[in-house]
Ligand binder design. Structure first.
Ligand code: SF4
Length: 100
């Protein structure tokens, strides 16, 4: 009986240690993926370089300066990528539609 209690206590300590070690990693993962919509990126085969002369800057879905419309800043988005603010002007994906 006492052996069982000691063993349970050891298991509890192990679980606590794992939780303490894993907690910061969970936070890191959430932060690292906060600005990229990885599901849509995978579905539309997003790439960080142009496809010939096709690239985000000339695509109808591109949202330049998403955070500050009147400021030529660095944060760009795309109508097809909710929550993603790391779309670069020279990127490309299968959702490309050339501006008229
Ligand atoms: S649909 Fe694709 S190519 Fe067009 S702006 Fe969005 S990410 Fe870029």
């Amino acid at each position: 009986m006492e052996d069982n209690i000691k063993q349970s206590r050891r298991q509890l300590l192990k679980m606590g240690t794992i939780a303490i070690v894993a907690a910061p990693m969970v936070g890191f993962t959430t932060t690292a993926s906060a600005h990229q919509n990885t599901a849509v990126r995978a579905a539309l085969k997003f790439q960080d370089h142009p496809n010939g002369d096709k690239h985000c800057a000339v695509c109808m879905n591109f949202i330049p300066n998403k955070d500050k419309p009147n400021d030529p800043g660095h944060v760009h988005g795309c109508k097809l990528y909710p929550g993603d603010d790391e779309i670069c002007p020279n990127c490309y994906c299968n959702g490309f539609v050339h501006k008229p």
